[in-house]
Design a protein around this ligand. Structure first.
Ligand code: MLT
Ligand code: ZN
Length: 487
């Protein structure tokens, strides 16, 4: 069984009064929070799984201040926990309970530094809210395709540092695939500025990739050059009932091969999530007259106008209906209908909270193994806890399933949640057997750090430790996160 996250692990030495005074002088009064009441929101995450304590919260105004802060912390041995919009799900941005670490909030670095339409790039600071970047791209008739439920709150620095996924990965890749250049402050305060908008640059190691998905353990991302894409002219969004996950994966293959690359999202869900959303999220409606066991939400987008996409989608669905891969379908005929379909999908996590404790698994398997994973993981959890309500949904188009298990109705929440590690281990063992990953898109943070020892290749872990020691010899950058065996 995995050990529980060790939130009492001491992280570096407590800051001295002199160090704190120097840090305060760097950011000035508007960048400094040490009042308990104001610090609390930086010390815990939304689910309440991780609650820590910081020595102070620093909100630098620019990269120069971030650099000075890290130089001071490195010299004085003060641990730094970088934080963006604090929407993470693995405790990566939350300090330990020691009260010795500082939280470094990037929220004031929120400028869009430039948009080069002819180069299809946008240069943004780490604290920019994801939705603001999407909107800036849209105002130049471009698309920034990273999209996830928290996009109105999460910040791009956090998205990049956790290599966020979301609903567009099938077509556009993960956050790391959308980055052309980075500005990073290293542990000793040096600034690595490589804000180049190049799609070709074969001058050695791709260093930026080291910081993407590193959750602030190797350096602090302060700005990035991101790829933009043509804005969609026509979109077709379909809510489709399918008889089984096998049928869904067959439909995915057809959607990909028959749509000329226009299939941008393919989200699978079982009925239970739809019931939860309809019960708990006001203003949601069932798009289909009959209830079905499984659904997919598919979106196609194209730069063309003139109805070709609509015709293609109609043909695809008609043929799939004839072949028994589709039982029923609703296709949005207005932007309001499209938004209503996406609201069903985006409200699933929120709706599930109303049903008591939930044990989450953010996992991926090869797309071809999704049906087997769902069947076997469901059987395993139902055998472990009779009456559990499996809520499987997610980005089936890229093999990422959110296999979130709600407690039996009326059961004791704490008793159910006490089974978390046992259930996680059983599901993760299955994922490993299917050559999958125990963290598809939410990262490692504190939650899954020690699980890496069980599931990640030993040589890969040795390389991770070597990188960590080399980039952060004093272990001040988000210590105790991501890399097991470095304390
Ligand atoms: C989502 O795709 O809605 C989230 O990543 C799922 C979750 O919060 O578990
Ligand atoms: Zn997701």
């Amino acid at each position: 069984m995995s050990p529980p996250p060790d939130d009492a692990r001491p992280a570096a030495t407590p800051p001295s009064h002199a160090s704190l005074a120097r840090l305060r002088a760097i950011v000035g009064p508007s960048g400094w929070i040490e009042n308990r009441a104001d610090m609390v929101r930086f010390e815990k995450e939304e689910r309440g799984l991780f609650v820590g304590r910081a020595a102070a919260v620093l909100r630098p105004a620019d990269v120069a201040q971030v650099s000075e802060i890290l130089a001071e912390c490195n010299a004085s041995g003060i641990a730094v926990v970088p934080q963006g919009g604090n929407t993470g799900l693995v405790g990566g941005g939350i300090p330990h309970a020691t009260g010795t670490e500082i939280v470094l909030s990037l929220q004031r670095l929120n400028k869009i530094r430039g948009l080069d339409a002819a180069n299809d790039t946008i240069t943004v600071e780490a604290g920019c809210v994801l939705a603001d970047i999407q909107n800036a791209a849209a105002s130049s008739d471009r698309l920034f395709p990273l999209s996830l439920a928290a996009e109105g709150t999460c910040q791009i620095g956090g998205n990049l540092s956790t290599n966020a996924g979301g609903i567009g990965v099938l077509r556009y890749g993960m956050a790391r695939d959308l980055v052309l250049g980075l500005e990073v402050v290293l542990a000793d305060g040096r600034i690595w500025s490589s804000l180049k908008g190049l799609r070709k640059d074969n001058t050695g190691y791709d260093l930026k990739q080291l910081f993407l998905g590193a959750e602030g353990t190797l350096g602090i991302v302060t700005a990035a050059v991101l790829k933009l894409f043509p804005a969609a002219r026509e979109t077709q969004t379909c809510f489709v009932a399918v008889p089984s996950p096998d049928a869904a994966i067959e439909l995915l293959q057809r959607a990909k091969s028959q749509s000329g690359g226009s299939c941008v999202a393919f989200e699978l869900t079982q009925r239970r999530l739809i019931d939860f959303v309809l019960a708990h999220i006001p203003g949601t409606v069932d798009p289909l007259a009959e209830k079905h066991a499984w659904y997919v939400l598919i979106e196609f987008a194209s730069g063309d106008i003139g109805g070709a996409l609509k015709d293609m989608v109609e043909r695809l669905l008609e043929r799939a209906l004839e072949d028994g891969l589709v039982l029923d379908a609703a296709v949005a005929s207005s932007d309001a209908q499209r938004k209503a379909l996406w609201k069903l999908r985006e409200s699933m996590t929120e709706a599930q909270k109303h049903e008591g404790g939930s044990i989450k698994h953010d996992v991926s398997v090869p797309v071809s193994a999704v049906p087997a994973f769902l069947a076997r993981a469901t059987a395993l959890c139902e055998a472990m806890v009779p009456g559990v309500r499996v809520c499987a949904f997610g980005h089936a188009g890229d093999g990422n399933i959110h296999f979130n298990v709600s407690q039996p109705q009326g059961a004791d929440r704490d008793a159910f949640m006490a089974l978390r590690h046992t259930m996680n281990d059983a599901v993760h063992d299955l994922v490993a057997e299917l050559s999958g990953s125990i963290s598809a898109e939410h990262g490692v943070g504190q939650l899954k750090r020690d699980d890496l020892v069980r599931y990640k290749d030993r040589v890969a872990l040795e390389m991770m430790r070597t990188l960590k020691r080399s980039f952060d010899p004093n272990n001040i950058l988000n210590p105790g996160k991501v890399v097991p065996g470095i304390d």
